[in-house]
Design a protein around this ligand. Structure first.
Ligand code: PAF
Length: 285
């Protein structure tokens, strides 16, 4: 028999009332912030949260402030009923799906910016993106008051921005990163993969293969700058229309590495556009 969908609340007051009830009963609460269009990657984050807390809230909110003017806010896939049915299968206890007016009421005037870690890579390619992310994530964490919040490592820079945000603002929550869920050919699962045409889909996995080859070359002692340049050339040859970056950086601060052999605790990150789909991926070195 199919499980009943989790209840949905749409206001901060209703969310807080439910979380306070669980807290009063001595239960730990987990939060998995999402923009909906859920896939196995999101479900794996909910399972991770469920392993760390008795109750798990999943937020569904396509956050307008993290999209640039020419990005895919309007086209971003939305299917709340399907998301709710998927969440029922992994033991989500509550869906928080606020309206834009609940999240950004009339007169809203505050933006949270995280300097440093949010500036390179996607911060440079998507101006304003991480301010939108940091602002909505700060709000979601404060609205929910969860003990633990889980974010996917596919958005690796976002995870580092959120870790910095939580430390800097003393938000009392443990941040947990969940491993990237991948298709059998290595493509990182993403809601945006729905934009790929059948012809583009096999090519998309080339991003993962390119990053994996870069990691091997780094282990073989090749210089960072050479490895990065070769990866960019490989993606261009595969048919990616625009390569925003392939860079090897410090795993926590995302600082640039020197041109020579890689230092420990590095991460290789890539972002490239195939057709109308912007793909990102990353691997530990
Ligand atoms: O990773 C996402 O889906 C979003 O950036 C997040 C963290 C839910 C904020 O809108």
């Amino acid at each position: 028999m199919s499980q009943p969908s989790p209840p949905i609340v749409r206001t901060v007051a209703a969310l807080r009332a439910q979380v306070a009830g669980w807290r009063g009963a001595g239960e730990r609460v987990g939060l998995v912030p999402t923009m909906g269009a859920l896939h196995e990657g999101h479900l794996s984050l909910v399972r991770l949260a469920k392993a760390r807390a008795q109750r798990v809230v999943v937020s569904l909110f396509v956050n307008p402030t993290q999209f640039g003017p020419n990005e895919d806010f309007a086209a971003y896939p939305r299917d709340e009923a399907h998301d709710a049915a998927l969440l029922a299968t992994v033991g989500c206890d509550l869906i928080y799906a606020p309206t834009a007016a609940e999240m950004y009421p009339q007169g809203f005037a505050t933006t949270v910016t995280v300097a440093g870690v949010s500036e390179p890579l996607d911060g440079a390619a998507r101006p304003g993106h991480f301010a939108g992310v940091a602002t909505v994530v700060a709000k979601l964490l404060l609205q929910c008051g969860a003990d633990v919040a889980v974010f996917g490592e596919k958005d690796y820079q976002q995870l580092q921005v959120i870790r910095r945000l939580v430390r800097d603002l003393d938000i009392p929550v443990e941040i947990v990163g969940g491993p990237i869920a991948r298709a059998t050919d290595g493509l990182a699962l993403s809601s945006r993969n729905a934009y790929l045409t059948p012809a583009e889909r096999p090519v998309a996995a080339e991003l993962h293969r390119t990053l994996a080859a870069a990691v091997e070359q780094l282990h073989a002692g090749r210089a960072v700058s050479e490895v990065e340049a070769e990866a960019v050339a490989r993606l261009a040859a595969a048919g990616f229309a625009r390569i925003d970056y392939v860079e090897v950086r410090g795993a926590e601060d995302l600082a640039r590495l020197g041109p020579g052999p890689v230092r420990p605790a590095a991460r290789v990150l890539g972002a490239a556009v195939l057709g109308r789909t912007r793909l990102i991926d990353n691997l530990a070195v």
